[in-house]
Design a protein around this ligand. Structure first.
Ligand SMILES: [Zn+2]
Ligand SMILES: [Zn+2]
Length: 251
């Protein structure tokens, strides 16, 4: 039983990502040996894009000090509640993963987003399936920014992840109301103020308490994902888990 419905059109029209297997690694351009999972990164580059071996905040995935016996929670999440329930990241916003995420934002073919989406599915698929999500929704980009860049990385990541996990993806469910000032360079409180009221759930969708995987390319303060989660919950979502390619370490 689908828990998210689009009232008028088939959701299959919502997005497609080019997953043609490249001959070279998309990150280092080394010749690619065919692997069973057919992800467009060589094994060395994949290893470089993993998570560090340290505890992370159970809600926002920020790096936290190792305190034996304590529930890992960051200082921010102790004080204020983000609207999403949990966040998971492929890795940290550093080194190779950072450069790939930045490159993904101008990659009109969306091959990088497709490959990163596949890598997320391979690395985190089991972890995500245990959470039993019902649907995947990307954080929306404003139409003007999408047009200017010619790509929509969160939607491309979400579409690939949905395909790999066998979950329906609703790329148009959330919509950006205004062309918000970019969050880069703003203080933490300013980021939360800047994004408030900037997104909404389209009236053409109805939700019956689904657990939504909310997908974005990066997570910094969590302000954007929190606002998206707030709107999803207001529209009926029961639970929102954030999945991002990269989590910044300092925020
Ligand atoms: Zn490589
Ligand atoms: Zn936190």
């Amino acid at each position: 039983m689908p828990l998210v419905r689009f009232r008028w059109l088939n959701r299959l029209t919502e997005g497609a990502v080019d997953l043609l297997y490249p001959a070279q690694c998309l990150a280092c351009y080394a010749e690619l040996e065919e692997t069973p999972d057919r992800i467009g990164f060589c094994l060395d580059c994949r290893d470089e894009m993993g998570r560090g071996d340290w505890p992370v905040c159970q809600r926002c995935a920020a790096r936290v000090p190792k305190i034996p016996g304590a529930v890992p929670e960051c200082a921010h999440c102790c004080e204020e509640k983000l609207w999403f329930d949990r966040a998971l990241a492929l890795g940290e916003y550093e080194g190779l993963l950072r450069s790939q995420v930045l490159a993904m934002k101008t990659d009109r073919s969306e091959r990088l987003a497709g490959a990163l989406g596949q890598l997320i599915a391979v690395r985190m698929g089991d972890e995500l399936r245990v959470l039993q999500p019902d649907a995947i929704v990307p954080v929306p980009m404003h139409a003007w920014r999408r047009l200017a860049r010619g790509t929509n990385p969160p939607a491309a990541l979400a579409t690939t992840l949905g395909k790999e996990l066998g979950l329906p993806t609703f790329s148009r469910l959330l919509v950006r109301s205004r062309n918000t000032q970019p969050q880069v360079g703003l203080s933490r409180p300013a980021r939360f103020r800047n994004i408030r009221g900037e997104m909404r759930v389209r009236k053409s969708y109805s939700m019956e308490a689904p657990h939504v995987l909310l997908v974005d390319d990066t997570l910094t303060t969590g302000a954007t994902c929190s606002e998206a989660a707030r709107m999803l919950k207001r529209a009926g979502a029961a639970k929102v888990t954030v999945v991002v390619a990269a989590r910044t370490l300092i925020y």
